[in-house]
Design a binder for this molecule. Structure first.
Ligand code: GAR
Length: 219
């Protein structure tokens, strides 16, 4: 079985990257992680990737004159490495429409909310400020608008009394680590198709969301 050659783009600690790397360590997993690229020198995820034996590259956006030049270098690096699929995993740099078009339907992202609610930064703080009872995470195909695009997998996570942004973020992150490998598996196995910007999953008779874990305190 040919595995889909996948790059992971990070800016920070890379815990979602690690979840993808761990899943892809199984030779039966349909994607292979061939490269980790960070736009931030010293990003924590770089060491974790290297420890897993994955080639890493730093492309520091501050060394480029504008987004297009940065993205040209990124595109060249990925193309040279034979990359077929990109996973954004805590990659905190907006990508231009031109780059998104180059990788259309071949680039996915994880966001720590139930999109389309709570796009952008300070997600958990805003969730708490609104008093919503559930939040979660979303893996979606990337489109030019920030945190938008056809949804592949979501998980619902309860907001509990006494939560602060740290406790909520930790609970959502656990769900992220389940969702992202699941979503990449569906895409890499060719089970997803996009019609009118809605993803359908072949062979999925039931829901393709991940329900709350009863252990998370919901009764
Ligand atoms: C994750 O919570 C991810 O969902 C979020 O950044 C964190 C990265 O953590 N991404 C975004 O907010 C993108 N809009 P990680 O580096 O440990 O994977």
């Amino acid at each position: 079985m040919a595995r889909l050659k996948t790059a992971i783009l990070i800016s920070g600690r890379g815990s979602n990257m690690q979840a993808l790397v761990d899943a892809a360590a199984d030779p039966d997993y349909p994607a292979e992680i061939v490269r980790v690229v960070a736009n931030v020198p010293g990003a924590g995820g770089l060491d974790r990737a290297a420890a897993a034996g994955i080639a890493t590259t730093v492309i520091d956006h501050r060394n480029f004159d504008g987004r297009a030049a940065f993205e040209d270098a990124l595109h060249a690096e990925l193309t040279e490495a034979g990359v077929e699929m990109i996973c954004l995993a805590g990659f905190m740099r907006l990508l231009t429409a031109a780059f998104v078009e180059r990788w259309l339907d071949r680039m996915i992202n994880i966001h720590p909310s139930l999109l389309p609610s709570f796009k952008g930064l300070q997600t958990h703080e805003r969730v708490l400020a609104e008093g919503v009872r559930f939040t979660g995470c979303t893996v979606h195909f990337v489109r030019p608008a920030m945190d938008a695009g056809p949804i592949i997998v979501q998980a619902a996570v309860p907001v509990l009394p006494g939560d602060d942004a740290d406790s909520l973020s930790a609970r959502v992150l656990t769900a992220e680590h389940r969702c992202y490998p699941h979503a990449l598996r569906l895409v890499a196995a060719g089970q997803t198709s996009i019609v009118d910007e809605i993803v359908t999953v072949a062979g999925a008779a039931g829901p393709t969301g991940i329900a709350v874990n009863p252990d998370d305190g919901v009764s």
